[in-house]
Ligand binder design. Structure first.
Ligand code: UDP
Length: 244
């Protein structure tokens, strides 16, 4: 019974989360830490309660996506810092979807920040700290990772679906989903599940009226002083009924 599962052994620690095994070999517990990291871990800060906010926000979004029919690793939120999730083998790739051009794509291709592309941009990065998460293509991905062309095609379709769902969800809260990063894993039946988290750490969110940044860019660009207030504002907007 998933309701009685508890943390058994510490398995892994990333920049912002820890993973624990449970009594069930197919389920894990994700623990959200209070760390904020940017620029491939070069900039780090401890921010009390940040983990609680991201757990709240990501749990909210994953629950909605499960309900909508997107296959995710998320089972349920256990407490203010922890989620029960299906165990997956993570594919070491980051998939970025862009509705408005900014960040690394703007720099790499010399495109003016704020440009709206006619198509939805889909990018792949190889998760490798030593190499600073390089930008790669599908052929590199198939060569480097345990993923096929067919699976990458499925992931592309799922990401478009997620983008359409999240764009609308945020727009209903007067927030523009500029871009975001997602990760996938495979369960023991080799089914592809959306994994990791979706939060203001992993998305660019702009206020619809003022273009005010409501995400980690505030930390990347200058200070962390009001970052908790900003994350709290995202959570509050998500938790209220639609503004329309
Ligand atoms: N992103 C992320 N983790 C990373 C790199 C990027 O969550 O390690 C997110 C980032 O918050 C943004 C999107 O992916 O929403 C695109 O980021 P970009 O490639 O522009 O990278 P940046 O130059 O901002 O690191």
């Amino acid at each position: 019974m998933s309701s009685s599962l508890t943390k058994k052994f510490f398995l892994l620690e990333g920049k912002t989360k820890k993973i624990f095994s449970t009594e069930n070999p197919n389920k894990i517990i994700l623990h959200y830490k209070d760390e904020l990291s940017a620029l491939n871990g070069l900039k780090k800060e401890f921010l009390q309660k940040k983990g609680i906010l991201n757990n709240e926000i990501s749990s909210f979004l994953f629950k909605k996506m499960n309900y909508y029919g997107i296959n995710t690793h998320f089972i349920r939120k256990i407490n203010n810092r922890e989620q029960l999730c299906h165990k997956v083998n993570m594919i070491p790739l980051e998939f970025v979807i862009r509705n408005i051009i900014t960040g690394s794509m703007s720099k790499r291709l010399g495109i003016k920040k704020g440009t709206i592309p006619s198509n939805t941009i889909f990018e792949i990065f190889y998760k490798n700290d030593a190499l600073m998460d390089p930008f790669i293509n599908i052929h590199h991905a198939v060569f480097i990772c345990d993923v096929s062309y067919e699976e990458l095609n499925i992931i592309h379709q799922i990401t478009l679906n997620i983008n359409n769902f999240l764009k609308k969800l945020f727009l209903d809260k007067n927030i523009i989903l500029v871009d975001f990063k997602i990760e996938f894993g495979k369960n023991k039946k080799n089914k592809i599940l959306l994994s990791d988290e979706i939060s203001p750490d992993t998305c660019r969110l702009w206020d619809k009226k003022t273009n005010k940044k409501l995400d980690k860019d505030v930390f990347r660009n200058n200070s962390h002083k009001n970052i908790l207030d900003i994350y709290m504002e995202v959570l509050k907007r998500l938790n209220v009924p639609n503004n329309n």
